[in-house]
Design a protein around this ligand. Structure first.
Ligand SMILES: Nc1nc2c(c(=O)[nH]1)N[C@H]1C(S)=C(S)[C@@H](COP(=O)(O)OP(=O)(O)OC[C@H]3O[C@@H](n4cnc5c(=O)[nH]c(N)nc54)[C@H](O)[C@@H]3O)O[C@H]1N2
Ligand SMILES: Nc1nc2c(c(=O)[nH]1)N[C@H]1C(S)=C(S)[C@@H](COP(=O)(O)OP(=O)(O)OC[C@H]3O[C@@H](n4cnc5c(=O)[nH]c(N)nc54)[C@H](O)[C@@H]3O)O[C@H]1N2
Ligand code: SF4
Ligand SMILES: [Mo]
Length: 906
């Protein structure tokens, strides 16, 4: 058995992990005790990474290039040289006929810094276009602008150890318990260690993060700026601002002060829907003299049409109180993706350049041209994500290269995005999986090496650079992303008649060479990593930047000297606009739709969606609603509701949730067209974006709700053998066409060792016998199955057993037994004794075993039902943990277990 140290490829917490493998197969991952981000801990997603690689997902992966020659033909596999030659020829034709700005690259914060660097050089240095943007546009660009507007550069001044030193933690627009679980573990530890530590959470929903807070400010969506301005008002009034700091280290306070004086807590209370006294309390806790305050924020602030000002308004609270640059202090924007920060360093976005340079700055462009030894960089601004897909739809972009992102699912107004992709002349998709919402649009699908198979570096939320290392060879002929980009550049050079230049620009033979070149772009800049090398990272482990030549360690915290990277060294105050959401609810669309993350799924689920146990915490897409709104629409839990606006619609099961305020509904972002009928939540979201950061307002749009009833239901369950990703994929692909023959349908997984596919469908009218027969065929339910039909009632059922175990079930017209049958199949227990009951209309199994309910602790497989039973018997957390061990492994479920133990008994 070998061990290889690497970094988790999911969230920006950037946990270090140890891969246990034999060079052919990864058996397990465990947290790296020496990594400063996690000290050995991992959350549910990190701890199940070995289940996302070969052989579990063999057959799902891309292994050879696949090219489609006609728009409606199937793709054929081909060798790399021919595939890249074809791509180069197509790109060169477009560039020749329509200019360099008729091609574009759309890449990802999940690529490594080395990948980012090469793509950027390809677009700007060889092709000569600034049309290179990243999904980080949907994620971090408002935080980037917020920092630049106020502090003068895009540098996160804080570190995780500030959590340990803070007296007040303000979490704004972030559900850290779900989205950055290991950061949240650290917050829990800090609270346990420091009794006086105050936790304030600003979120319209009562998330698990908010439920843990000392003060939850459940503000109206989009009203953050009014809140932070009112907090500043209180700070001014109570003389909690630091006049010395403001005087010595900042400029522009006079105008901000005047604006804040107008925003009294009473005024803000009206705008935000909060109690004025709570705003005062928050300000007092935050501003207490001689105390340390740290704020953490994420998409609730960034994904807004005023995202840059949302961030700035929060950052300014730190500047006004001088709570920055000291232990426990500062504005700490949590990065979403594992290398969102690295992408900003490499400058691979339409508006940025390498080494924290700006495209708009002529000197910066000239410097990069000099570093790359080319005449000049293109100066025409590039298109940001939403604009890029608009231009694609208008036919202005004729060839598009997509790598490491799934825009057909993750961009707002996704139907329009899909139409644009369908209309584009030549789409290249570089992904690790064959099957995402975007891959059907690929004319050329290129196989990328994934986590566990590639070398490079990533930078996490606290500016810490970690190595990503390979444990296995990539499957088939998959290649590292930077290698694909460089090989394409060499081919494109030939077709552009610039072969020699391409060879000079892309001489790399390994990731380390790319890193060393990237390092040169940082020298003398705020993010200077001149003193770092793969060798040093190998010897001394992960390091924070800056790390200039001669440094012995990275810098934990920035701006301790009160000097900021602005022309005069002073931080700047701006007057933030108070605007509210871009699409306010109205009489026809009275609900505000909020979107975000679940604990155990990752974005479009291309990876986590292959791991059955990651579905157990939230098995299917559900729309969270306030109980009064449910009542208004006559909805009970599990009833279907259609969510619609002029852009589109989707259907989900309604769920009453006390976490929601009336008038607001919440839908997770993860479920796209492969997992449910329609396009998922982004079928209705709004493509309106912040004019400064160009980040779209994915968090809010207005919708109408309609209860669906009297639909004909269908449930199908099918076991796929363990470790046979190919079978799962084949089954999923066989069932996918049926999704859209239903008014609503979902296709998900359950089980632990062996995946069970779960298809739920609802149709306007019963399917014909022929349709059902075709469906059964797709499901592999052959004639030897148990069969029951009552044609008069439109009911028909089948069950297939093998060796006393249930391996397939299909219920149509009446699906009462679906839940316990699903539990039975997931558990894989023998069902011989139940044979005669399998097709009966029973809501409970006859033996009386109740279903276990949703799994809360994924590591130890403990369900909500079990926790509530123990709790009814009077067990507290230690007793519960002694009995069931729940929450003792990764701890991601601890907030929820605590909440379950604290809910009143009925
Ligand atoms: N499990 C999991 N973890 C992840 C990811 C994942 O897919 N799954 N993705 C990673 C990525 S890329 C990112 S960007 C991060 C995102 O991490 P977060 O931003 O923490 O997560 P979200 O659920 O998107 O949104 C956070 C909260 O913003 C709230 N919110 C909505 N509107 C407003 C508002 O107007 N004001 C305020 N104050 N709050 C509002 C929502 O109710 C939600 O609870 O997560 C990362 N971590
Ligand atoms: N409604 C709504 N929409 C949102 C959000 C929201 O909160 N609400 N959040 C937004 C945010 S913050 C983000 S970051 C985006 C994320 O949205 P996407 O970027 O679309 O999310 P992923 O599903 O992670 O896509 C990553 C793709 O890269 C592939 N991949 C994984 N590893 C590799 C690799 O090493 N190389 C290559 N080439 N491919 C790889 C995966 O299989 C997957 O297809 O979604 C945005 N969309
Ligand atoms: S918190 Fe979880 S998902 Fe994020 S880096 Fe750590 S293990 Fe990975
Ligand atoms: Mo993100």
């Amino acid at each position: 058995m070998n061990e290889t140290k690497s970094t988790c490829p999911y969230c920006g917490t950037g946990c270090g992990l140890i891969i246990e493998h034999d060079g052919q197969r990864i058996f397990n991952v465990r947290g790296d005790p020496d990594h400063p981000a996690n000290h050995g801990r991992l959350c549910t997603k990190g701890a199940t990474l070995h289940l996302t690689v070969a052989p579990e997902t063999a057959g799902l992966r891309t292994t050879l290039p696949q090219l489609r020659t006609g728009k409606n033909t199937a793709r054929q596999t081909m060798a790399w040289p021919a595939a890249l030659d074809h791509a180069a020829q197509r790109f060169a034709e477009v560039i020749r006929d329509h200019g360099a700005d008729a091609v574009a690259f759309y890449i990802s914060g999940q690529l490594l810094t080395e990948d980012y660097y090469v793509f950027n050089k390809l677009a700007r240095g060889l092709v000569g276009t600034n049309n290179i943007d990243s999904n980080s546009r949907l994620c971090m660009s408002s935080a980037v602008m917020g920092y630049k507007l106020t502090l003068g550069a895009d540098s996160v001044p804080c570190a995780y150890e500030d959590i340990d030193a803070a007296d007040c933690l303000l979490i704004a627009g972030a559900n850290t318990a779900y989205a950055h679980p290991i950061v949240f573990r650290r917050i829990e530890d800090a609270r346990a260690a420091r009794a006086g530590l105050k936790l304030i959470v600003v979120d319209p929903r009562r998330t698990d993060t908010a439920a843990a807070a000392d003060l939850h400010l459940a503000l109206q969506p989009g009203s953050d700026i009014a809140l932070y301005q009112a907090m500043l008002h209180v700070l001014l009034q109570e003389k909690l601002v630091d006049r010395d700091y403001i005087h010595q280290h900042t400029e522009g306070f006079v105008a901000l002060e005047a604006a804040a004086r107008e925003m009294s807590p009473a005024v803000a209370a009206g705008i935000c829907g909060l109690k004025a006294s709570d705003i005062v309390t928050a300000a007092r806790w935050f501003g207490a003299a001689d105390s340390a305050s740290l704020s953490l924020w994420c998409q609730g602030l960034n994904q807004s049409a005023t995202g840059s000002h949302n961030s700035a308004a929060l950052i300014q609270l730190h500047l006004a109180t001088g709570k920055i640059g000291r232990p426990g202090c500062g504005p700490f924007s949590l990065t979403g993706q594992p290398n969102a920060m690295g992408g900003r360093e490499a400058g691979a976005m339409a508006t940025l350049l390498p080494g924290h340079r700006d495209l708009a700055d002529a000197d910066d462009r000239a410097e990069v041209a000099r570093l790359w030894d080319i005449d000049a960089l293109p100066d025409k601004p590039g298109l940001s994500a939403v604009e890029l897909f608009d231009a694609l739809g208008r036919g202005e972009i004729k060839a598009l290269w997509i790598a490491g992102t799934n825009p057909a699912q993750s961009l707002p107004d996704s139907q329009r995005v899909q139409q644009a992709l369908a209309a584009c002349e030549f789409v290249v998709v570089q992904d690790i999986y064959q099957d995402t919402e975007t891959t059907p649009y690929a004319d050329l699908l290129l196989p990328a090496a994934g986590w566990g198979e590639k070398e490079g570096t990533v930078t996490n939320s606290e500016r810490c650079i970690s190595r990503v290392r390979a444990a296995l060879p990539p499957p088939g002929q998959a290649l590292p992303d930077w290698r694909i980009a460089a090989d394409f550049a060499l081919a494109l050079g030939r077709y552009l008649g610039r072969e020699e230049q391409a060879q000079r620009l892309f001489p790399y033979t390994c990731a380390e060479e790319v890193f060393n070149e990237h390092r040169e772009t940082t020298r003398g800049r705020d993010l200077d990593i001149g003193g770092l090398s793969y060798g040093l990272l190998e010897q001394r482990g992960p390091q924070q930047w800056p790390f200039p030549v001669g440094a012995t360690s990275g810098q934990v915290r920035l701006y301790g000297d009160g000097r900021f990277p602005t022309p005069n060294g002073r931080a700047r105050f701006i007057v933030p606009v108070v605007e509210g959401v871009a699409e306010a609810p109205d009489a026809r669309h009275p609900y505000q739709l909020n979107t975000g993350r679940l604990r155990d799924q990752w974005h479009g689920m291309s990876r986590t969606g292959n791991v059955p146990r990651l579905f157990s915490h939230a098995p299917e897409p559900q729309l969270d609603m306030h109980p009064d709104d449910m009542a208004r629409h006559g909805l009970k839990n599990q009833d279907l509701v259609r969510v619609a606006n002029p852009r589109g619609s989707f259907v989900a099961k309604a769920r009453a949730s006390e976490a929601m305020a009336p008038g607001q509904v919440f839908m997770p972002m993860h479920w796209g067209g492969r997992f449910m009928a329609g396009a998922g939540v982004n079928g209705v979201t709004l493509p309106r974006f912040d004019p400064l950061s160009r980040q779209p307002e994915l968090k809010h749009c207005a919708v109408t709700l309609e209860k669906l009833q009297n639909l004909w239901p269908l449930v199908a369950l099918r076991r796929a053998p363990a470790g046979k990703g190919a079978t799962t994929l084949a089954l999923r692909q066989a069932l996918t066409p049926w999704i859209n023959r239903c008014t609503h349908a979902t296709l998900t997984l359950t089980g632990r060792e062996e995946p069970v596919l779960v298809f739920q469908g609802w149709a306007e009218s019963p399917w014909s016998a022929e349709q059902l027969a075709d469906f059964d065929q797709a499901l592999g339910l052959h004639d030897h199955s148990l069969y029951f039909a009552d044609d008069r009632r439109g009911v028909s059922k089948r069950a297939l057993m093998q060796d006393d175990r249930l391996i397939g079930v299909r219920l149509a017209g009446e699906t009462l037994a679906a839940e316990w049958l699903e539990d039975l199949m997931a558990a894989g227990k023998p069902v011989a004794g139940l044979r005669r009951w399998l097709l009966a209309p029973l809501t409970q199994p006859p033996a009386g075993q109740v279903g276990r309910g949703r799994v809360v602790c994924n590591c130890l497989d403990v369900s909500e039902g079990e926790i509530l039973t123990d709790r009814a018997e009077g067990l507290d957390l230690p007793a519960l943990q002694a009995k069931r061990k729940c929450g003792t492994s990764c701890g991601s479920c601890l907030p929820e277990i605590r909440r379950l133990l604290a809910t009143p008994l009925h």
